[in-house]
Design a protein around this ligand. Structure first.
Ligand SMILES: *[C@@H]1O[C@H](CO)[C@@H](O)[C@H](O)[C@H]1NC(C)=O
Ligand SMILES: *[C@@H]1O[C@H](CO)[C@@H](O)[C@H](O)[C@H]1NC(C)=O
Ligand SMILES: *[C@@H]1O[C@H](CO)[C@@H](O)[C@H](O)[C@H]1NC(C)=O
Ligand SMILES: *[C@@H]1O[C@H](CO)[C@@H](O)[C@H](O)[C@H]1NC(C)=O
Length: 516
């Protein structure tokens, strides 16, 4: 700054006496020595003039300091200085008259009754989203594995995944921008997509939260969205049971989910989460200020939630708070369908969801049903926590907590049986569709998103909606032959011990045997 003052000053002095021709470079060098002497000799004579200058100087220095401060703030925050080209859609002029479509992937060999509950297949839904895309497709997925498959056990089960991958590669020819945020470092598919014009940004989750970017959603043209359990994995389009929703023509919802995407986008190559955030990534809606939408002409309120806490900039609803809130608002029933249920954070008890289930069942008399997957990676302690929950209702009137395990016993011998990968909750008042299993370390370390939809009218006034559709799906699965009740444990003490010993050796169970 002091150097700057000097040069400002000498420029000011030189400017007065010299003619207006552009100085030659050698002239400047030759002159500079003389000017130095000149400068020191005349400086006291100019003191009066300097005084006048000093006021201007002060202002200049102050301005410089301000610039410097702003620069520092920008460097240490995620504010996007230049911003992206905005398409002018704001909370005021966005579209809230939307269409919602429930999408599912039901493995071919899974025999579920289809009375009135056939839904659009996931692959059809995602392809139709790509059909609609005109400008941009933003995708977040924990996995990019659309092409590989286990040929021996699942012949031909890859085709849907491969087709989808080809369509993503071809987006460029339609001048549609593909943007991907991912925490994967060595994905061949991301590499290939990059070569075909996709913009991929790496989010160093291991540095930020010691977890992974496990969110699963799409934002297309900031108008249409997909959110659900399915990732960009060939299994999600073939042998895994998935559930999600597509919301079309819904810029009001899309711009907020786009902000979640922008949040990840801004984290590129950072190893800390900034404390100052651009307005472009903070939440538009939340639990206390949801957006009002018309989904297939039914009025609902909705909002997006995220996790972990560190990834919830100002006003963004947290997944855990939202799950608790949705449970608290339920008056009659809570139906939960998740792959894994485990109230543990590595080796500690993690209570938020577990205690809310207990409260709902025992203190508020809400009927709770939990459908959990029984598969090769089911943690042995799951059964203990479930038994504990079930024992709550012993000898209590109006207390109902039922648990069933979704299992495909005939395939247990197979190395990779199709699993129920659903992650949602439906109550008499709202539906929550998330990305996480209900496992402590998921919410605490991994990034995920959720969507809450709450009809504003009663069932009688509004007729069947998305809520009833999800409920019907749950009941279909609940009454299917694959849902089995937990048998009272008749394990021998030795077996129990071996299970617990096994668990001791699997301290990082959730990280190392990631179901994704
Ligand atoms: C992620 O961050 C960690 C810790 O800062 C660092 O060791 C690692 O190299 C980073 N990974 C990548 C791919 O940059
Ligand atoms: C979305 O809106 C456009 C134009 O209004 C319409 O052509 C299209 O069919 C709509 N999409 C859906 C899925 O409703
Ligand atoms: C228990 O259920 C019965 C019948 O459903 C109802 O009449 C009664 O009020 C309930 N009791 C409590 C404490 O909720
Ligand atoms: C909404 O409308 C679409 C298309 O008209 C339909 O496919 C979908 O099932 C409807 N969704 C609900 C929840 O009724």
């Amino acid at each position: 700054l002091i150097l700057l003052q000097h040069s400002l000053l000498s420029h000011g002095m030189r400017g007065r006496g010299e003619p207006l021709h552009a100085p030659h470079l050698s002239d400047i060098y030759a002159n500079s020595a003389i000017q130095q002497q000149d400068y020191s000799a005349t400086i006291w004579l100019r003191s009066k003039e300097k005084l006048e200058h000093s006021q201007q100087k002060c202002i200049a220095i102050f301005a410089l300091l301000c610039c410097f401060a702003v620069l520092v703030a920008l460097t240490f925050s995620a504010v996007d200085v230049w911003g992206e080209d905005e398409d002018g859609i704001t909370e005021e002029n966005c579209n809230r008259h939307c269409r919602i479509v429930l999408v599912e992937n039901i493995p071919e060999d899974l025999h579920l009754s289809v009375d009135g509950t056939t839904h659009v297949p996931l692959s059809t839904g995602l392809n139709s989203l790509l059909d609609q895309a005109k400008h941009s497709v933003e995708v977040v997925s924990p996995v990019w594995n659309l092409n590989s498959w286990d040929q021996e056990t699942w012949p031909n089960s890859d085709t849907e995944g491969q087709l989808l991958f080809q369509r993503l590669l071809n987006l460029k020819t339609r001048e549609v921008k593909l943007k991907i945020a991912s925490s994967l470092t060595d994905s061949a598919e991301l590499q290939k997509l990059t070569e075909h014009g996709a913009e991929v940004r790496f989010v160093n989750m291991s540095a930020l939260t010691r977890g992974g970017l496990h969110s699963n959603f799409w934002v297309v043209d900031r108008k249409h969205v997909f959110i659900g359990s399915a990732s960009m994995d060939w299994r999600s389009l073939s042998k895994r049971k998935e559930l999600g929703v597509l919301v079309y023509n819904c810029s009001c919802l899309a711009i907020d989910l786009h902000r979640v995407f922008s949040f990840y986008w801004q984290l590129q190559n950072r190893d800390y989460v900034p404390s100052i955030w651009s307005k472009r990534v903070t939440a538009l809606y939340g639990k206390d200020s949801p957006v009002t939408l018309y989904l297939n002409d039914t009025e609902v309120t909705a909002y997006v939630s995220t996790s972990p806490d560190l990834f919830c900039p100002k006003d963004r609803a947290k997944d855990i708070d939202v799950i608790q809130h949705v449970m608290q608002e339920a008056k009659l029933f809570i139906y939960i369908s998740v792959t894994d249920y485990l109230p543990l954070l590595t080796r500690r008890y993690w209570s938020p969801i577990d205690e809310m289930i207990r409260e709902s069942v025992v203190l508020r008399g809400v009927k709770v049903r939990m459908l959990i997957s029984f598969w090769k990676q089911t943690h042995p302690l799951t059964f203990n926590f479930i038994m504990s929950l079930k024992s709550l209702c012993m000898e209590l009137a109006n207390c109902s907590l039922e648990v069933k395990f979704f299992s495909r016993r005939e395939q247990m011998a197979n190395s990779q049986p199709g699993v129920n990968h659903n992650k949602y909750m439906v109550t008499d008042s709202a539906v929550y569709i998330g990305n996480h299993d209900w496992v402590g370390s998921e919410f605490v370390y991994n990034a995920g998103t959720g969507l809450v939809i709450k009809p504003t009218q009663t069932l009688k006034e509004r007729g069947a909606t998305i809520l009833e559709q999800v409920k019907a799906v749950f009941e279909r699965d609940w009454h299917s032959r694959y849902a089995k009740t937990l048998q009272a444990s008749n394990r021998t003490p030795e077996e129990v011990k071996s299970l617990t010993d096994n668990k001791e050796g699997k301290e990082t169970w959730n990280e190392s045997n990631d179901p994704y």
